[in-house]
Design a protein around this ligand. Structure first.
Ligand SMILES: N[C@@H](CCC(=O)N[C@@H](CS)C(=O)NCC(=O)O)C(=O)O
Length: 214
């Protein structure tokens, strides 16, 4: 009989980064995975570009050896591949359409605004000279986009039903520069949402490992 090594996922991440939501998804699915923390120094990032040419985390190597990046794409793929984990409504349903809508909204708007906050000097040829203004506008946009989704919570992103979009939202909110408590004061619906999520074992486990700031 042929011996095979059990195929596993390999998640490339960094503390306080977008790998948080992917790690929670893998925990909720209950599949084996290995974790590679990618350091920020130039040599490590250069080596990591073989896995993800953008040099950014998260990236996920699938059990067949394929590597993929973009946090929303990874989460959607995992949700579709592991329907038993109920990370998303059934594909083709209207609820799944809303799931896709919010996943892309969070990635294209909230995550993007967070990058302007944390990498503000990259957004102008003048570098650090314009960073404060860029950070300020990024923070305003971040709050505006979160405000928009917070009005839809009931208590979850999709209403009564939990999905991995909730973990994605929770993670992004935790990046608010003044901390989670200040964000929840501004947007109480997000605070109530976080209380629901903090009852989930996988999330609290990874929250303590990542020590997401806030
Ligand atoms: N659109 C990408 C953004 C990924 C991204 O920018 N990740 C940040 C950490 S949260 C990163 O790797 N930053 C390092 C850098 O840009 O040098 C995604 O959703 O995965």
């Amino acid at each position: 009989m042929r011996e095979t090594t059990p195929a596993t996922y390999r998640l490339y991440g960094r503390k306080n980064s977008g790998s948080f939501a992917v790690q929670v998804a893998l925990e909720e699915i209950g599949v084996p995975y290995e974790l590679s923390w990618v350091g920020s120094d130039a040599g490590e990032v250069a080596a990591f570009r073989k896995v993800n040419p953008t040099g950014r985390v998260p990236a996920l190597t699938l059990p067949d050896g394929t590597s993929m990046f973009e946090s929303a794409a990874i989460l959607i793929h995992l949700a579709l591949l592991h329907p038993e984990a109920a990370l998303a409504p059934p594909p083709g349903s209207s609820a799944h359409a809303k799931f896709l809508q919010w996943m892309v909204f969070l990635s294209a708007n909230v995550y993007e605004a967070a990058l302007r906050i944390y990498y503000s000097d990259r957004y102008s040829e003048r570098g650090a000279a314009d960073a404060e203004a860029i950070r300020g506008r990024g923070t305003e946009d971040f709050l505006q986009f979160l405000g928009l989704i917070s009005e839809e919570l009931g208590p979850y992103v999709l209403g009564a039903g939990y999905s991995i979009a909730d973990v994605y939202l929770y993670m992004l909110g935790s990046w608010y520069p003044d901390g989670k408590a200040a964000l929840y004061e501004r947007l109480p619906a997000l605070g109530a949402h976080a209380e629901h999520l903090e009852r989930r074992r996988a999330l609290t486990k990874i929250d303590s490992e990542h020590a997401v700031s806030g």
